[in-house]
Design a binder for this molecule. Structure first.
Ligand code: ZN
Length: 474
């Protein structure tokens, strides 16, 4: 392991919490909230949860953090992202997926190692301020010496728990794929680099801050061979598998035309089903697909904002849940959202579910459950997503006395989902404070943003070097 260790204070008592939602119940049955609550944290792990008036003897002498007027929840889990895309927001703003990708591939080919670090730090800062404490990332372009380790370094600096995925593209235009040939890598190199990264960074232990998964990008950008060999390698190394699947009707048509199967049938034919597999999107999973996914115990990352931005459709979340499919939320890449606001994604998940038939409605509680317990389950983690003794100390606090919650404090869980979306006031990951009083405390944002803006301007330029805009040339 090469990641830096986080210094955890030995013992911290978080106390005077107005309402604590431990999320220890089931998706159908909310667990009870605790009023005037407190938590004792030892070495990054929750040691005790209870009433603030009766702390355990071990709380004596612990460092104290008071959160009066706050709602405290488990930290949110983001199950799908492309952090590098924070450098290229608001491009191809009127395009569907395939045209959007074809516009962006040449811009993304200008990504550098410095850009990979800066983009990851910016995206993870946005995530932290919007309630995320664990994020996955899918990096599938490696031009100019970019390395997955650049993003892992950023996650360590921001202080979020991180599931990096070694993405890949190997099927260029000349082989019938969507990306330009210059954007794809040789398969032997992809597999060798994947193994190196798992050995260098993946931590399988409980409370791990860094894990690595393998993630060939999509049916239209990798070969069947790479999908098969990635699955074999991942299973030999004991890591998870991730890819995009059933995102658009174009993808359905592509799979039928090239391999004569719909996306899930194709994935299954390559060995890509099981508890170690999670798919991003799943917008076009059929009722039969949903049943199969449940039987195979696959996970799905639901990305409602991206699916609306690209006009991809509405994923059948209720059908998936009713078949026992594990579902979490994802903000998806910042070029198709175009933000990394995870609490906003919780609200979108709730609202878009209401556009499907009435019986497809998600409840506010369920939307929060997807973002916490659901996300933890999709990433195969039993140490995050709820606040109970033995769980990682990953939690967020929201000040219920703020303007937008006034009049809604009788139902704090509904308030954070339904009222105007804002960020969190407090967050802690692995026992270490990351956000305090609504501000990121682990990294100085203004100099980071200055470098990020400069890098973005360098990447987004037309052939004459002038910036382009949806309002015409600037
Ligand atoms: Zn994606």
């Amino acid at each position: 392991m090469t990641q830096p260790a986080h210094a955890n204070p030995p013992r911290t008592l978080i106390t005077d919490i107005q309402t604590l939602l431990p999320m220890t119940g089931s998706r159908e049955q909310p667990g009870s909230a605790i009023q005037n609550a407190a938590l004792l944290i030892e070495g990054g792990v929750i040691a005790w949860v209870g009433h603030a008036e009766a702390p355990p003897p071990e709380a004596e002498g612990a460092a104290s953090i008071r959160l009066p007027g706050h709602l405290v929840l488990p930290g949110l889990v983001n199950t799908h992202h492309h952090l590098y895309q924070t450098l290229t927001r608001c491009l191809a703003t009127d395009s569907g997926l395939f045209d959007w990708l074809k516009t962006l591939y040449p811009v993304w080919m200008r990504l550098t190692p410095e850009g990979a670090y800066l983009s990851a730090a910016v995206g993870l800062a946005e995530l932290a301020l919007s309630g995320c404490t664990t994020s996955s990332d899918h990096l599938y372009l490696y031009p100019n010496g970019v390395d997955l380790g650049d993003t892992i370094r950023a996650a360590a600096d921001i202080g979020l728990r991180f599931h990096a995925t070694r993405g890949s593209m190997s099927r260029g235009e000349s082989q019938g794929g969507l990306p330009p040939d210059a954007a794809v890598e040789r398969e032997a190199h992809i597999l060798k680099d994947s193994e190196r990264l798992v050995r260098q960074y993946h931590d399988a232990s409980r409370h791990a801050m860094t894990r690595v998964a393998l993630a060939p990008c999509s049916p239209f950008s990798v070969t069947a061979d790479l999908m098969r060999e990635s699955a074999t390698l991942a299973r030999s190394l004991g890591v998870m598998l991730h890819t995009h699947l059933a995102e658009t009707e174009d993808e359905d048509a592509y799979c039928l035309a090239t391999v004569g199967m719909r996306p899930l049938d194709y994935a299954e034919s390559l060995g890509w089903v099981g508890k170690d597999v999670w798919f991003a999107h799943g917008v076009h999973f059929s009722p039969t697909d949903a049943r199969r996914l449940g039987q195979c115990d696959c996970g799905v990352a639901h990305c409602p904002s991206s699916n609306m931005r690209l006009g991809s459709g509405i994923a059948p979340i209720r059908e998936l849940l009713s078949q026992g499919v594990r579902v979490g939320l994802g903000v998806d890449g910042s070029a198709s959202n175009d933000g990394s606001h995870l609490l906003a994604e919780v609200r979108q998940a709730l609202l878009v579910s209401r556009l499907r038939r009435p019986q497809q409605h998600l409840k506010a509680w369920e939307a929060l459950w997807l973002a916490t317990r659901g996300g933890a389950s999709v990433l195969n983690r039993d140490d995050i997503g709820q606040l109970a003794p033995g769980m990682s100390a990953d939690l967020i606090g929201l000040d219920l006395n703020r303007l937008e919650y006034s009049g809604a404090t009788h139902d704090p869980a509904a308030a954070v989902v339904l009222c105007a979306v804002r960020g969190v006031d407090f967050s802690m990951v692995n026992g270490r404070a990351v956000v305090q009083e609504g501000r990121l405390i682990t990294l100085d944002l203004p100099p980071l943003l200055e470098r990020h803006r400069a890098e973005s301007r360098r990447m987004i330029r037309d052939e004459e070097g002038r910036p382009s805009s949806s309002f015409g040339r600037l």
